[in-house]
Design a protein around this ligand. Sequence first.
Ligand code: PLP
Length: 342
Amino acid sequence: MCIVLKKLGVKYIPISYYVTEYIFIPLETLRFFDDIDPNKYRVFKDSEELLYRNWPTPLVRLKKSSIDDKVAWAKLEGFNPWSMSVKDRIGWYMYRKAIEKYGAKGPHLLVESTSTNTGLAIASMCSIYGSKLRAYIPSTVSVTGELLLKIFGVDVVRSPKPLTVDLIDEVEDVARREGAVHLNQFYNDANLEVHLRYTAKELELQIREAGIVPKAIFGGLGTSGHMSAISIYFKNRFRGVKIYGVVPKLGTAIQGIRRIESGMKWIHHVEIDEVIEVSPDDAVKGVLDVVRSDGIFIGLSSGAVYHAYRKMAIDGKLDKGDYILIFPDIGFKYVEQISKYI
Ligand code: PLP
């Protein structure tokens, strides 16, 4: 048995030569719940274990920033230990898969196009396994993002192009020329697989623990890895759960998320009920709403996710019930951008 993702009639926009119509992920690779094994006393044998035995990331009810009887529950991916973001999961898993392919020492040099978080996550695996990362970042990445990458030991190449996806072909060329490994978060199915195997599955365990069945799940779209996996998983296991994807308004940029038409692999194969556009100003407002009512300092794409939920709730588009908001990272990385608003 396999999970087969079929094109769902959405216009498919190929942006490179890796495009596939079907993605096969054997169910045995996903396993059931045996590999989610939280560490009760939080003693870890190494920093890799700190990642995967630290899961699940917390699911917390937003007591004050919930809108009326539409109760918001935040999944805090910023609790991942390396990049403090959802991208630790794919950095870890893509690297592990590369080790399977290239041997236990891991690849010597890796090259990746990233808007910071994936770069930090891969860099942590490089530190653990003794390899080197060169990150290609678009012009829109903040100075803080670039500095963080350098602190993690990454060689950084800043491009004048505005989007991470604009850099993929260049990075692929470099990889070929220099014999480096390009994990390629945008096309590597390990991205989708890790979110099916862990992120989505642990969320099911958490909602069972909370005693809720969400009416909808809101999340941001970058590579579309985490929300595509969550859509496949929840649409298959729960009846009627809606999936809302959040993107930046046309002509604007919010670090970590982007417009679907800029090219996304998995989103075209899964069911998304609505794509919601948020402006950078509203994303910052979302961050300030959450930190000033529930005290949790979330990142800009999380602020966009919160704003999308809030607007739909206020516009009367949500019924009474529980809503999951996937918050990809923390706000401390974005002080520079947010400072312009306070
Ligand atoms: N938000 C932030 C801060 C991110 O770094 C990313 C991915 O880079 C996303 C959202 C989007 O996640 P995904 O690539 O799984 O769509």
